[in-house]
Design a protein around this ligand. Sequence first.
Ligand code: ADP
Ligand code: MG
Length: 242
Amino acid sequence: MSTPPRLEVQNLTRRFDGRSVVDDVSFSVLAGQVACLLGPSGCGKSTTLRIVAGVDMQDSGRISVDGNLVCDTVFRVPPERRAIGLMFQDFALFPHLSVAENVAFGLRGGAQANRDRVAELLDRVQMGNHIDSYPHQLSGGEQQRVALVRALAPRPRVLLMDEPFSGLDERLRDGIRDETLALLKEEGTAVLLVTHEPVEAMRMADQILLMRDGRIVQQGAPYNLYNAPADRRVAGFFSDLN
Ligand code: ADP
Ligand code: MG
C-alpha cells in the first residue's frame, strides 16, 4: 500500500448565507511539500485554511492527516489535537515573553527543558543571539523569523501559513521567503501557504492550487500553470510576472 498524503482535503464546501464561499475543494499535500493556495482577495483561501486548522467547520467534505480522519460533517478532532501549526500575519508574538519563551510556548516543559531545540531553531534563522530578547526589541523581519520557528518548534505534521509575509517591507520579502523555504525544507513538514501574490507562489510552491470564486480552477507545478494556463484568466493572473 502506498503512503497516504500528509494532508488530504476532499470535497470541502463552506456556505455563508447560502453562498458557497468554498465550493467542492479537493487537494493533497505530501510531506516535505509546499502547496500554495493562490487567488485574489475574497476567493475563499483563508476560509479553507481555517477549516483545516479546525477553527471553522465545513458544510460538507472531509480532511485527513497521514490517512487519519481529522474532520468530516459528524466527526471532529479539536484544533489543539490536530498536530497542525499556524502562522498567520496577525498571529503576533507574546509581548511579555522572551524570544526563547515564545518559541518554547507550545512545547511540554517550556524553554528550560527545550533549550537545545529552541537554540538550534533560532540559529537556523540567524536569531541565536536574540534568544533572551523581547519582541519589542526586534524588527518586523526578526519577529517574523521568531514566529516561524515558534510554529515549527512542536514539529507539526502540517504548517498553515496565511499571507505570512504581507506585513513586511517589500525589500525584505524575497530574502525572508528564501530563508523560510530553506527551513521548511530542512524540517520536512507539509506546508499549505495562502497568498494572493503570484510571484510568491512561483517562488515558494512545489504545487500551486489556483483558486477563484471558491473553486480550484487549476493545480500543478508552478511552471505548468505558467506555461499551460487552463484559461485566459489564469494566464492573466501570471502575466505581470515577467
Ligand atoms: P480570502 O482569504 O481568499 O481573501 P476569505 O476566505 O477570507 O477569502 O473569504 C471568502 C468570502 O467569504 C468573502 O466574500 C468573505 O466576505 C466571506 N466570509 C468569510 N468569512 C465569513 C463569515 N464568517 N461570514 C460571512 N461571510 C464570510
Ligand atoms: Mg485571506
